[in-house]
Ligand binder design. Sequence first.
Ligand code: IPM
Ligand code: MG
Length: 367
Amino acid sequence: MSNPSLLILPGDGIGQEVMAEVRRVIDWFGAKRDMHFDVSEDLVGGAAYDKHGTPLHDDTMAKAQEVDAVLLGAVGGPAYDDLDFSVKPERGLLRLRKEMDLFANLRPAQCFDALADFSSLKKELVAGLDIMIVRELTSGVYFGEPRGIHMEDNMRVGINTQRYTEAEIERGARAAFDMAMKRSKKLCSMEKANVMESGILWRDVVTEVHADYPEVELSHMYADNGAMQLVRAPKQFDVIYTDNLFGDILSDCAAMLTGSLGMLPSASLGAPMANGRPKAMYEPVHGSAPDITGQGKANPIACILSFAMALRYSFDQGDEATRIETAIEKVLADGVRTGDLLGDEDTVAVSTSGMTDAILAALDASL
Ligand code: IPM
Ligand code: MG
């Protein structure tokens, strides 16, 4: 049998640096766990635009459709801010999500004990925090038609459309209920049913799907209240299911509760392929961080944890994913810190590659 295939798309800014560290972790699994991947690498975002004049070349799109999993770093940067909307780096990422039909975006927000002091909230509110946001990723206002900017009565009008079919709401809801069944069987669905018809439909469909998951305790919340509750008492939540735009905002909010955006991975999953694995792309939640690019300051943990999610969700290697997560917990408990996490006493400042050195040493010690 051939090795599982991975397509690495480092993208822009710190995406390139953190992905170089992930490759070291992938190599570790080859050398020490006899787990081998066929790894290929390609361009996305500004890096692809510089070479091809498009943020995602058709050949790269085709490769992404063929591999077992895609690992993406980050896209965007000030050099590309003035590009036409249609070729902005973000369009490359959105095309991957849309054409691979990655409708279920899993965004865990987990607070590592060693970092509880780092949150902008009081330690007792976030210690032990472990939330999973399931964000619908291929529909809603990100993709709805009509869209655009046009003239009406000599005035420019900007239009985007929030549109959801019941099938789209339902398949995401099933992913969220399945996730709840594997965790504490609690699901909170968030929308704005008080002002949006798409929110009314959302609430109806989620309630209908609930009939197939009677063990799950389902609640509904308006998304604005959800934002407020996330910063008031985040531990009341376990799994949250919400739409593309609310999910974008609420997941940044949840992420920051944990202390650093540099810590959080994500998985975007679609329907099963012929080999039974889901279509999948894994990416850190942080962006390309142009302010620290090229200085060895980036935190590689989010990207390494994204590879751990790939092991769990694409390759059925949950124990090996846990091995990575435990190694990272240990390194943090030992006080090893990249620049984004400095500040408390008894910590050792390390560079991007220094953090990986520590993680690989902890992985060695786990054998
Ligand atoms: C995210 C990002 C993207 C989004 C951008 C880069 C297009 O913010 O993954 O959360 O808005 O979905
Ligand atoms: Mg976002």
